[in-house]
Design a protein around this ligand. Structure first.
Ligand code: SF4
Length: 88
């Protein structure tokens, strides 16, 4: 089975599922098993940790009903606090 090609980018994103649109056939989980599992009904459970944007976009692209979508990650709160305290 083909795997998702990982294109490295500097920006992180997370993948989310529109559970109404999803038909639960699990293609995304088959192609990205390290980040997407299936619940007891066969619907995807997405690891909420950020992944590189290229991988996230590939996951979104393979969904046949466009139920996966991208969430851009904001900088982590502690990273924002460090940047603010350093004057950046
Ligand atoms: S590929 Fe799309 S339709 Fe299929 S299980 Fe994943 S989110 Fe649902």
């Amino acid at each position: 089975m083909p795997r998702i090609t990982v294109a490295r980018t500097s920006a992180d994103a997370t993948v989310a599922v529109d559970r109404i649109a999803c038909d639960g056939r699990g293609l995304c989980a088959a192609l990205l098993p390290e980040r997407i599992g299936l619940d007891e009904w066969g619907y995807p459970v997405v690891d909420p940790r950020p992944l590189d944007r290229g991988t996230a976009l590939e996951a979104v692209r393979i969904c046949p009903v466009r139920a996966l979508y991208l969430r851009e990650e904001a900088a982590a709160p502690d990273a924002r606090a460090k940047a603010a305290s350093s004057g950046r």
